[in-house]
Design a protein around this ligand. Sequence first.
Ligand code: FCB
Length: 473
Amino acid sequence: MPRFDVETRAIWGYLDSVIRFPADFTWGAATAAYQIEGAWAEDGKGESIWDRFCHGGGHVVGGDSGDRACDHYHRWGEDIALLRELGVGAYRFSVAWTRVMPDGTGAVNQRGLDFYRRLCDALLEAGITPWLTLYHWDLPQALQERGGWARREIADWFAEYAAVVARALGDRVRHWIPLNEPQVFAMLGHLIGHHAPGVINPLGFGAVAHHANLAHGRAVAALRAEAGPGARVGTAMQTPPIHPSTSSPEDAAAARRFDGLMNRWYLDAVLRGRYPEDTLELLGPLGATAAIKAGDLELIAAPLDFVGVNHYTRVFVRHEPAVPLVALLPDEARRVPGAQYTDMGWEVYPAGLGEVLGRLRDDYGNPEVVITENGCASPDRVVGGEVADAARIAYLEAYLGEAAAALAAGSRLTGYFQWSLLDNFEWAFGYGKRFGLVHVDYDTLRRTPKASARWYAALVKSGEIRGGAGRGV
Ligand code: FCB
């Protein structure tokens, strides 16, 4: 990375500018159960669709699985100490449904609940507020065998589970997120088969997409009923800007359609209580029309306390007549000249965060917003006990700059969670993609805070970003 001397700084005056966040802004870090816990079959835990997907082989790079992951299930004390070092006020994690209800419904596994009770107690003792996600993609395999997200009953099963967790942890947890990224698990798990359960079924996709919204709505109602009067309930949606690959009218139309499938189907339902007409036209014949019943949308649109935004990059879309039914395709080969790309191959495009926040502000009634995930993968290595991840610092600085600009423009942004506390199991990419502020050696499970962890700790402490600080000025 370049070093700037004093004269250069004077010329590039903006490098010295200070961005200051509000004093009561929530700073946090995020993880998810399957990506860090390991202990996949311990203490009565049931099998999840990700256990099955990984064990089946052929789906995940390197044949990796979450069997051991970061072994957080046994090392959670050490991980809370890392959160303390960061100084964050909040920690977003997810509960593994199969630890709590091994078959998805019915019998409750006390040992599973006890694990999360201990975790929450230790967090609270450390002065860290738990933010609990109920579903970060690890559906009980037993429910998959009963039809999973293709069945309307998924909403009943999810509400039952939500109520169990709310009753057990409602005295400790105030912040609740029912589903992580419904648009992503629906699309990757049920349309293109890249994620568990590996289903490729366009004809049933509309039903899955509606059931995800319905399950959200039912869980919100269960949490309101069971989690105590102070509960704050929100979302964690990935709603990236969708841009056409070229200026052709076909690509523009494809981008609009994809925006409907990925973004408006969920945002319009949850925040406006209706489905967008154009997306309904697309998904109706794919099972949505048959799935939507009277009263569903009222339930789905129950008021929330915050909208969670998971954000990484933008998506380009091109018209592809060879693709049946939807005639569109994320254009992963599209490269922007001069742009930087992360280790995931995702474009570093901070303006995209501004676009998402602007959309919520201008088109969706300016709800309270929390960035529930943001971060990047880089090929980090420990050298002499240090991990010099300057690219991550630059990424976070740039995106937080956009967050600050959105605040100045009137967005009601109240918090930011960095993804992720630890390097972890990056789904179909396995352990090769490192998103952590803390490096994990997967042989020894040794944790080594990266340079970005120190940078983040300084930000959390001061509430300020000093331009250029992360670039070795
Ligand atoms: C998000 C997921 C999270 C992580 C990041 C990189 O889509 O919610 O689990 O994999 O991407």
